[in-house]
Write a protein that binds this ligand. Structure first.
Ligand code: 5GP
Length: 216
């Protein structure tokens, strides 16, 4: 029995340097039904960033016009300077087509999404220890010293909000953490509340069952 339903809305957050990007890549490779929502941002493009793949890079004016046109599901000014936002149209359309949509966004954005869509699945990726975050940020070598310091402080803020999430996955081993998230996605699809149609169809069969024809 097939159950036609819209795709899951999956929010993945965690401090900078925790490995969100790598984990999301693995999830997308292994769950072909899942798609990543590409955010819009006004932050500077990094060397490895690709327009339309990592972000849609916008000027402040362009971003503010998109806000006025109500084009964002949620948006934030992260780190007090740059805008980041989730374009609404892609999320709505792809979910309607049955695709699971992954949003890789910060804790404030995650809170907004949960308010707007209570059935969203919020997953927080935590580091094994706080010092792992500093080591990983330094190892990345893409940010200035002051930017690393700011992101490390921001990591305290993010980690301080992990209890607002439905699930916490510790990224000690990337393979293990990725598998845990793939398993969460599968389990969420089995939730009774997401299977109304299936329950209804089985009940209809039971109700139309004619006892007199039993065993014939
Ligand atoms: P980065 O500059 O390292 O790519 O991202 C910085 C932070 O912005 C990360 O915590 C990331 O999850 C968050 N972020 C990226 N896109 C969005 C978005 O569309 N909305 C919100 N609220 N946060 C985002």
């Amino acid at each position: 029995m097939q159950n036609n339903r819209e795709g899951l809305l999956i929010v993945i957050s965690g401090p900078s340097g925790v490995g969100k990007g790598t984990i999301c890549k693995i999830i997308l490779e292994r769950n072909k039904n899942a798609k990543l929502s590409v955010s819009a941002t006004t932050r500077q493009k990094r060397q490895d960033d690709i327009e339309g793949v990592n972000y849609f890079f916008k000027t402040k004016e362009e971003f503010e016009r998109m806000i006025e046109n109500n084009e964002f599901l949620e948006y934030m000014q992260v780190f007090g300077m740059n805008y980041y936002g989730t374009p609404r149209a892609f999320v709505d359309e792809e979910r309607r087509n049955g695709h699971d949509i992954i949003l890789e966004i910060d804790v404030k954005g995650a809170k907004k999404v949960k308010e707007l869509c209570p059935d969203a699945v919020l997953i927080f990726i935590a580091p094994p220890t706080m010092s792992d975050i500093k080591t990983r940020l330094l190892g990345r070598g893409t940010e200035s010293q002051s930017e690393i310091e700011r992101r490390f402080n921001e990591a305290f803020f993010e980690i301080g909000h992990m209890e607002q999430y439905d699930y916490i996955v510790v990224n000690d081993v990337i393979e293990k953490a990725s598998k845990a998230i793939l398993d969460i996605i599968e389990a969420e699809k089995c939730r009774t509340s997401r299977n109304d149609e299936l329950v209804k169809r089985f009940k209809e069969v039971i109700e139309s069952y004619d006892e007199s024809s039993a065993g014939k």
